[in-house]
Ligand binder design. Structure first.
Ligand code: FES
Length: 312
């Protein structure tokens, strides 16, 4: 949570005015909103003013409030709420925003901040001696995978070391900021591994082919367009069709289906296994009792070894 107040009166300009181009842009921007809703242009106008002068002064706030027919306090509330708006004068050549959130902090943001303190000012939001540089610490800028990083203007400078950042800072101080390539400063591409890409190295885009001795021949070779390429079937299961051995006739398929469904079609009193006589079913037990065969009243299930009398 930062305390955001307007700059000291000693640095406040007496007036503010958009340049001709920016004034024309502002009028077009205001006209985008329906009648009575022009106040919605307050953030775009504040941002444009900051792009022009580098920071938002009291005069800027009052001028924009007049343009949008708003009370000064309403524009002041907006300008002091969003940390994107600079309320103090910034360096004429660069305002450096050092990310100090956890990933950058773990990767050396404190050393980057120390470079700013050495070359600009020990405290944030102060200018260096010739007024060309200023710095502040900000929260995550969304380039954590390339930590530590800083933002200067609309560009980010990532994968920094204190030494490399010092070179960048001094280049901006000397008016040579445009010689520095934004992005990763350690040679990697975007956020790819430093040693180069390690995954998704192939882009086979296989076309339909025919099996040939366990391999599928396609017309695509990602590295040599037009040449045929063999792809192992195991590596491309989605493009291989059924093998000759795997094909079955319709009759064989129906037979297999019948076999699989067999037990479900048997009568309830059949055991459903090879060699069963059905003697263990309750219906047969009753029949044996009715024929006078001696049964024990142990409460246990009759022995399966006992066969119906008719069979003995
Ligand atoms: S933590 Fe620094 S860019 Fe996200």
């Amino acid at each position: 949570m930062s305390v955001r107040r307007l700059a000291d009166d000693s640095v406040q300009p007496q007036s503010f005015a958009f340049s001709n181009d920016n004034a024309a842009w502002a009028q077009k921007r205001i006209a985008l909103y329906p009648a009575g809703r022009q106040q919605s242009a307050v953030i775009p106008l504040l941002m444009r003013a900051q792009e022009q002068d580098g920071w938002i002064s009291r005069a800027t706030i009052e001028t924009i409030a007049d343009m949008l027919d708003m009370p000064y306090i309403r524009v002041l509330e907006v300008a002091t709420f969003y940390t994107q708006f600079q309320l103090q004068p910034v360096g004429t050549r660069a305002h450096i925003q050092v990310c100090g959130t956890t990933p950058c902090m773990l990767r050396g943001a404190e050393d980057i901040r120390a470079v700013c303190q050495k070359h600009i000012h020990p405290d944030a939001h102060h200018l260096n001696d010739d007024g060309t540089l200023s710095w502040e610490e900000v929260e995550c800028a969304g380039a954590c995978v390339n930590a530590p990083m800083v933002t200067i203007g609309f560009d980010t400078y990532e994968d920094l070391t204190p030494e490399r950042f010092e070179e960048i800072l001094l280049a901006f101080r000397d008016g040579k900021g445009d010689t520095i390539q934004p992005g990763p400063q350690n040679g990697r591409r975007f956020s790819a591994p430093l040693a180069g890409q390690t995954t998704l190295l192939e882009d086979p885009k296989p076309t339909r082919g025919h099996a040939k001795g366990g391999r599928i021949e396609t017309d695509v070779d990602a590295t040599k367009p037009g040449r045929k390429q063999e792809i192992d079937e195991e590596a491309a299961p989605a493009i291989k069709g059924p093998s000759e051995e795997g094909k079955v006739s319709e009759a064989e398929a129906k037979s297999a289906e019948k076999k699989a469904a067999g037990p479900a079609r048997r009568k309830p009193d059949q055991a459903g296994r090879e060699g069963a006589t059905g003697a263990e079913s309750p219906a047969i037990e009753k029949t044996a009792s009715e024929t006078g065969e001696e049964t024990k009243t142990t409460g246990r299930r009759p022995s399966r070894a006992k066969k119906p009398q008719a069979e003995e």
